[in-house]
Unconditional design. Structure first.
Length: 568
């Protein structure tokens, strides 16, 4: 019997479960269950149990009537989850203050520093009231974990799951319409786009035009705006240094295309797929009401504007939970609800249960550079240190540095695992191959370039210095050798060293961590355009460094290039 998922890591299996669950892809679900029969780790057993429950839900009997209305049937509800136990721990003074403020009935912000027990605080809130609650997180792994900790009075869900449940059946009648995805190449073929010479130096191939329309649509669907607008048009690659006349022409083209495609997406009779972002946006535009007495929004610092707009209009008591200093998805259009939203009350969780005083003091110094005067307190029961380590985990700021770490690990005769998989970097390397063969690439950083040499020259300029590390790596090692190294990564259960970007490490922790030397080294021109803090660092870079620094429990090795910040 074949095992289509045998090469996938447990993280990739969890992601595939989320997709197959959303799209009711029973073939994929059964293949996943077969694969999990061969896995023995605790995480695999938990996933297998969740999958078995989902597949074991009783199916509706097919009557003549139900067959006739196949498209309108709803998936059967999952079996009721067992009642979560009351928390057995005593709340800290800070946790008790959050509970007390919740009981007063007004809106509330719980500012939770890294590792400070926000989930356990939400448990205390939920178990301490008979009211109906709605817990919202942005990925299903967190929701699955919450289901085991919250009482049955709380519905735990992603926003996409809430939106899908309310999406009219006329969209869900066709799986391709509801869940399909159009790539740039396919979109370019629909209106038969041709190569477009904007001026003597700038031209866009059909696939690049298709990508521009799709990325503009994505930004619109993540926004609170009623229709696509000029500020949704991205500037990638060669457009970063293009003259105003070229930018205007590109904006006009992309805006017209985005509006045309969106009109087709929301037409239930048009085969143009709506997709996950599409049905969420459609739901938001219909002014939905979430049936609950209170709503807990987790990781509120990384909220999409479309989500924040929905929640602002809810009559329920709102509780925003997060750490404004862990906002690291600003580049994807996220907004920091912990700063944007005014609430009736605000509380703080400042003691980290994850690490001891040394890491807490270092993290506090980073936060001081961001204007925070409250220090993080370390867990007195945990011993932590900053210094040389034999790391279980290596964290980097950029994809390019994760590849460097993979090569170093392989050279040391150890097996590396890359968190989140290799697809993103492989796509960049295939983009290099396209450019070297004279084809435009839809990789955002390479957008609009005609060949690889143009990227190399751009990386040397002030606008393109964010690409310098990657370009140097390709020029030194070659894209084929880099692909070879990526293909030697293994599942997390089998690895000697876990390697990740700081973005993909968010929400996780390890005993020992080493940071690569690419933190706090963003390009000078980019930094000059960003709001400056007192030490001259871009706030976004400081926040990313703070996230990386706080992933370790016991020991972390920080490169000399950034140690001066911790000594300040």
């Amino acid at each position: 019997m074949t095992r289509p998922y045998s090469s996938k890591s447990i993280v990739e299996l969890e992601t595939e479960f989320e997709r197959a669950q959303d799209e009711a892809d029973r073939v994929a679900l059964k293949n996943l269950l077969q694969e999990l029969d061969h896995r023995t780790t605790p995480r695999a057993r938990v996933l297998r149990e969740a999958l078995s429950k989902f597949l074991g839900a009783p199916q509706e009997r097919k009557t003549k009537k139900s067959r006739a209305s196949e498209s309108e049937r709803q998936s059967p509800p999952p079996p009721p989850r067992p009642r979560a136990k009351q928390p057995e721990f005593l709340p800290t003074d800070e946790q008790q203050e959050a509970v007390d403020q919740f009981r007063k009935g007004g809106s509330l912000k719980i500012n939770a520093f890294a590792g400070s027990g926000k989930t356990s605080t939400l448990q205390l809130i939920a178990h301490g009231t008979p009211k109906r609650g709605q817990y919202i997180a942005f990925n299903k792994a967190i929701v699955r974990d919450a289901n085991e900790k919250f009482p049955n009075t709380v519905n735990c869900s992603t926003l996409h799951a809430l939106a899908l449940k309310a999406t009219p059946s006329k969209y869900k009648a066709d799986r391709d319409k509801a869940f399909g995805k159009v790539n740039a190449k396919k979109l370019a073929e629909i209106p038969k786009l041709k190569r477009w010479s904007i001026d003597r130096k700038h031209a866009l191939e059909p696939r690049s035009q298709g990508y521009l329309i799709l990325d503009s649509l994505r930004r619109f669907m993540h926004s609170a705006d009623p229709e696509p607008a000029a500020h949704h048009i991205p500037r990638h690659g060669s457009l970063l240094a293009a003259p105003d006349a070229v930018i205007k022409a590109v904006n006009d083209f992309a805006l017209h295309g985005a509006r045309h495609v969106w009109k087709r997406m929301i037409d239930e009779k048009d085969p143009m797929p709506l997709g996950h972002d599409g049905y969420l946006k459609l739901w938001a535009q219909n002014n939905p009401t979430i049936a609950s007495d209170y709503i807990l929004l987790d990781e509120a610092q990384d909220t999409n504007p479309v989500v924040l707009d929905v929640l602002r209009r809810q009559p329920a008591q709102m509780i925003y939970v997060g750490d404004k200093y862990q906002q690291i998805y600003e580049w994807r259009g996220a907004v920091n609800a912990m700063e944007k939203i005014d609430t009736d009350a605000s509380t703080f969780l400042t003691m980290s249960f994850r690490f001891g005083s040394s890491i807490a003091q270092a993290a506090s110094k980073v936060l001081r550079h961001l204007g925070e005067r409250r220090p993080i307190k370390g867990n007195p029961a945990v011993t932590s240190q900053i210094g040389p380590v034999t790391p279980r985990t290596i964290l980097a700021r950029t994809n390019a540095s994760t590849v460097t770490a993979i090569i170093e690990t392989l050279d040391a005769q150890k097996q590396p695992h890359l968190v989140g998989g290799t697809a993103e970097i492989m796509e960049m390397l295939r983009g290099v191959q396209d450019l070297k063969e004279g084809r435009q690439s839809t990789v955002p950083d390479f957008f609009g370039f005609e060949n690889w040499q143009e990227v190399v020259e751009f990386a040397k300029s002030g606008e393109g210095d964010h690409l310098q590390t990657f370009v140097n790596l390709v020029e030194t090692r070659g894209e084929r050798q880099l692909m070879w190294a990526l293909n030697r990564t293994v599942d997390e259960e089998k690895c000697d060293v876990v390697i990740s970007t700081a973005h993909k490490a968010k929400g996780r922790e390890w005993s020992t961590v080493r940071l690569m030397d690419d933190f706090l080294r963003s390009g000078s021109n980019k930094a000059k355009k960003s709001p400056q803090v007192e030490n001259g660092h871009d706030p976004a870079e400081l926040r990313l460094f703070y996230v990386a620094l706080t992933r370790a429990r016991n020991a972390i090795e920080v490169p000399e290039t950034v140690l001066h910040l911790l000594r300040g």
